[in-house]
Unconditional design. Structure first.
Length: 87
């Protein structure tokens, strides 16, 4: 019984950490006009990018993951919906 309670508290602590304590990494500032984002095993590298306002940016996605979730890139604020082909 004690083991189940400890396991339950550990699970609750993990959920709290995952949703409220863990902060995303800082965004990578683009230094060049062209940038490549690698998609592998469901992870985008870099996960976040920062483009200065008014600066033109070309972002290429290199998809190494065949899962259907990695097949689409969506930027709803810019109304951009695009399919990413596998390499």
């Amino acid at each position: 019984m004690i083991f189940i309670n400890i396991l339950g508290l550990g699970l609750i602590a993990f959920i709290v950490w995952w949703f409220w304590i863990d902060k995303p990494t800082d965004a990578t500032e683009l230094t060049e006009e062209n940038s490549t984002i690698v998609v592998d095993s469901g992870i985008y590298q870099p996960a976040r990018i920062k483009v200065p306002s008014g600066k033109k940016a070309i972002i290429a996605f290199l998809r190494k993951d065949d899962s259907p979730c990695a097949a689409t890139v969506i930027f709803p604020d810019f109304e951009i919906y695009s399919f990413v082909t596998s390499c």
